[in-house]
Design a protein around this ligand. Structure first.
Ligand code: SF4
Ligand code: SF4
Length: 197
């Protein structure tokens, strides 16, 4: 059955009107889950400590990257972005490796929001977050249900990045209803109806 036929069938089965646009997205093809190897944990912690050295060092005039929010999308797009990324399940996380796109600016952002945060507390939080199963070869925080870190603990890039497919989808659907389709060239992996805000 072709892509178009599969989607038509899905639309009929769920009575999705033709006015709801189809938004194609990348599709993460999950690698097997397994506890993180100790060497990968050590590598991330070494990266974290280097960034902590920088963040807790002499003050810099400005962060290298704007903190936190998604700059190219309005706040109302948050639910759309969350639904799209959950449908894709993190194709862009596959390159997160042992750095997780995490840097000193993400630490500065957290300390701005919570000045009481100590270096030891940050180290302990990230060390705890490394426990559990991860997709082999992907970011050290890429678990079965997506990123295991709460948004405030993620790198700034993780909180702001929109892949080109998602950006195009937002441009087309706004934050409104959309049929989100995560697919490779050969296979539709996941389909989700986003009902809008
Ligand atoms: S930004 Fe794009 S590639 Fe990354 S999880 Fe979201 S839909 Fe997938
Ligand atoms: S920290 Fe989370 S959002 Fe960022 S690359 Fe890793 S799994 Fe993806």
């Amino acid at each position: 059955m072709s892509f178009a036929e599969s989607l038509d069938r899905h639309r009929r089965r769920h009575a999705i009107p033709a006015s709801v646009p189809t938004i194609p997205l990348p599709a993460y093809a999950p690698a097997p889950l397994a506890p993180l190897p100790a060497a990968r944990k050590r590598a991330f912690m070494a990266h974290l400590r280097a960034e902590l050295d920088e963040a807790f060092g002499p003050a810099r005039p400005r962060p290298r990257r704007a903190a936190g929010a998604t700059p190219s999308a309005p706040p109302s797009a948050g639910a759309f972005i969350a639904a799209a990324c959950a449908t894709c399940r993190g194709a862009c996380c596959a390159n997160g490796g042992e750095h997780a796109y995490f840097d000193a600016d993400a630490i500065r952002r957290q300390r701005e929001a919570r000045p009481e945060l100590t270096r030891a507390a940050l180290e302990a939080s990230y060390a705890a977050a490394l426990e559990g199963e991860r997709h082999a070869g992907s970011c050290v925080f890429h678990g079965a249900a997506g990123c295991v870190l709460p948004r405030e603990m993620r790198g700034n890039l993780c909180n702001s990045f929109l892949c080109s497919e998602l950006q195009r989808g937002l441009d087309r659907a706004g934050a409104g209803p959309a049929l989100l389709v995560a697919a490779t060239e050969q296979t539709i992996r996941r389909v989700r109806l986003h009902r809008g805000a």
